[in-house]
Design a binder for this molecule. Structure first.
Ligand code: GTP
Ligand code: MG
Length: 325
């Protein structure tokens, strides 16, 4: 029997399934990547049962152990690329921002992080022939900077569709789900609920292909002040980033996170030009882009680390119509 539902797993009855879902384990895949301790806490089962459930889920989901190179290649074949709206920016990224990856935009205030995020929430919805992913977007907004009016402006700035059609801002807004995060714990919880939301629309016309966290570090920075709390903060941030990476893998989605670096020296966190989150973010993010302001509408993106692309820079603009060359 093919295992599809939680209830299909040995040792999982309706009551246990219910408890698992309440705790955010809403699919066989999420159970497969859980630890026995997490399941014990979530479903009030014994350690041995938890291990058995996880083993069965891993087998069913075919995740957990080593994978052969050809399987990885198969999964990598599903990777989609979404346009930024600027050819030069896309070129820097080898054709656009990739799914199954975390892209970190870091830079000073006004460098264009939120603008790029808004543009990607739109472009993700475009058909593939226009550099889109034909999907929907989720935004975790920690700074209250999401602006539907800005989305509408940018949609009006899109080039016409393949059949010359114009685009309706309302339609785009319907496919962007936004939640405000009030503190870092709330932010972590919202990333877990995003998983539920994505699971629900997985087989719909608009599966979630983009999850934005803008900003991923602001709450952590505000709440964990002082050297003594650094380890704590990094541990929490690390867990959050791993949740996000799991989201990217399970949903073939792009994770776009922003991270402000301050112009003003910040004595607590050392070098002011280094992004907050330091090593934790650096090691988890697949692509790191440093954005900075240039003259007028011009912005410069520098690709800092990438697994398979040369470092380099691209110039793009943030205009009223959106991100352009
Ligand atoms: P923080 O969140 O403060 O760290 O900054 P950020 O990097 O997110 O900056 P954001 O993306 O919000 O960029 C704001 C800048 O984008 C503004 O200063 C403008 O230069 C530009 N911008 C925003 N809206 C418009 C617009 O409608 N037209 C034009 N031409 N530029 C805009
Ligand atoms: Mg911003």
């Amino acid at each position: 029997m093919a295992i599809k539902l939680l209830e299909d797993l040995p040792g999982v009855g309706p009551a246990t399934a219910e408890k698992l879902r309440d705790a955010g384990f809403n699919s066989v895949e999420t159970v497969a990547v859980a630890s026995p301790g997490e399941l014990v806490a979530a479903a009030e089962v014994g350690e041995a049962t938890a291990s058995k459930i996880i083993a069965a889920a891993r087998e069913a989901a075919e995740i957990g152990g080593f994978e052969t190179g050809d399987r990885i290649l198969e999964r990598r074949r599903q990777v989609g690329k979404v346009t930024t709206g600027s050819h030069s920016f896309d070129e820097l990224l080898g054709g656009g921002m990739e799914t199954q990856a975390i892209v970190e935009l870091y830079g000073e205030f006004g460098s264009g992080k939120t603008q790029v995020a808004h543009q990607l929430a739109i472009n993700t919805q475009l058909p593939k022939e226009m550099g889109g992913l034909g999907g929907s977007a989720i935004i975790i907004d920690t700074e209250n900077t999401f602006r539907p009016e800005r989305i509408a402006q940018m949609v009006r700035g899109l080039p016409p569709g393949p059949d010359g059609e114009t685009w309706d801002p309302e339609e785009f807004l319907k496919n962007i789900s936004v939640a405000r995060a009030f503190n870092s714990n709330h932010q972590i919880l919202l990333a877990e609920s995003a998983m539920d939301l994505a699971e629900k629309v997985k087989d719909s016309e608009k599966p979630v292909r983009l999850l934005i966290v803008d900003s991923v570090t602001a709450h952590f920075r505000a709440e964990y002040v002082g050297r003594g709390t650094l380890a704590d903060r990094q541990q929490k941030l690390n867990k959050h980033l791993h949740d996000l990476m799991r989201f990217a893998d399970l949903n073939n989605a792009l994770i776009l996170v922003t991270n402000q670096v301050m112009a003003k020296p910040d004595t607590f966190f050392g070098d002011p030009t280094k992004p907050v989150g330091g090593h934790v973010l650096g090691h988890t993010a697949t692509f790191r882009l440093y954005l900075r302001k240039s003259k007028g509408e011009k912005r410069i993106a520098r690709l800092v680390d990438s697994p398979n692309l040369p470092d380099g820079e691209a110039v793009f603009t943030v205009t009223t119509e959106g991100v352009k060359d």
